[in-house]
Design a protein around this ligand. Structure first.
Ligand code: ATP
Ligand code: MG
Length: 256
């Protein structure tokens, strides 16, 4: 079982889009996938077609010990992967856990209960370096960092890399960077090309070969509660996320 945190403290860079569509792509290629929504915004939950305001067992209940992780797992029929939903309740978890011993390891402990039930677990992090993100970084084997190739992107990246180093020192010595993913890429944009070149210079083959283009189908799909490979399989966005899924499988020495 490979556990990935999809994270970047910068907002709106394509974390949720990547989480939902990578989960769907991996499932399409025959892998067993669990998506965990760790963001009180609940965007991944909505994007999978689930009504976030009417869930009985969510990741919040798992984290505060009100239910077992297995009880919070919901099948998503069309997409072929499983989902642990989130909603705005989750924003309270940080406060409720503040005096708890081991508050950073709640998710890791819960995941141990379902060890080896899935090929991949993908966690959609909120745009913050808070306790929820720390829980994800502690539970994960590696991080996938979606980023837009903009001027401030590299600066934000060094904050994230420092956080990863701190988590390695204190909570999860083996945490790796799985890959950096260029999202919403526009090849005609000179600045994007320059930032992309700098990124490969710094991070070498940690940068995924697959580039996710800006594609309107990717933006439309969540409003229909579907990943893009269900909403419009032939779109450029669907093709890109399928290519990414293949690359992730290959990087992890798995076969399709
Ligand atoms: P947040 O930090 O708020 O959680 P996020 O990093 O999860 O945001 P998304 O919600 O995935 O980012 O994407 C932000 C917006 O950009 C959304 O409206 C999404 O539909 C759109 N979007 C993401 N990727 C693409 C793409 N490749 N092409 C076009 N639109 C995209
Ligand atoms: Mg998001």
């Amino acid at each position: 079982m490979k556990i990935f945190a999809i994270t970047n403290q910068k907002g709106g860079v394509g974390k949720t889009t990547t989480c939902v569509n990578l989960a769907a792509g991996l499932a399409q290629l025959g892998k067993k996938v669990l998506l965990i929504d760790l963001d009180p915004q609940g965007n991944a939950t909505t994007g999978c077609g689930m009504d976030k305001n009417h869930v009985q067992h969510s990741i919040y209940h798992v984290l505060i010990g009100q239910c077992r992780i297995a009880e919070a797992i919901h099948p998503t029929t069309a997409e072929g992967f499983a989902l642990i939903p989130a909603n705005r309740n989750l924003a309270g978890a940080e406060v409720e856990l503040v005096n708890e011993i081991g508050r950073e390891t709640k998710l890791k402990t819960a995941l141990a209960e379902i060890a080896e039930s899935y090929d991949f677990v993908l966690m959609d992090c909120p745009p913050a370096l808070n306790l929820l993100t720390v829980n994800a970084l502690t539970a994960a084997q590696a991080v996938i960092i979606p980023m837009q190739c903009e001027y401030y992107a590299l600066e934000g990246l060094s904050d994230l890399v420092n956080t990863i180093k701190k988590v390695r020192q204190h909570l999860n010595a083996n945490l790796e960077i799985e890959g950096l993913l260029r999202t919403m890429f526009d090849n005609r944009n000179m600045l994007a090309q320059q930032v992309s070149a700098q990124l490969t210079q710094h991070f070498g083959d940690k940068v995924y070969e697959t580039v996710i283009p800006r594609n309107v189908r990717l933006a439309e799909a969540p409003s229909h509660g579907m990943p893009v490979n269900v909403y419009d399989k032939s779109s450029k966005g669907a093709q890109a996320y399928l290519a990414l899924s293949r690359e992730v499988i290959k990087r992890n020495d798995l076969t399709i």
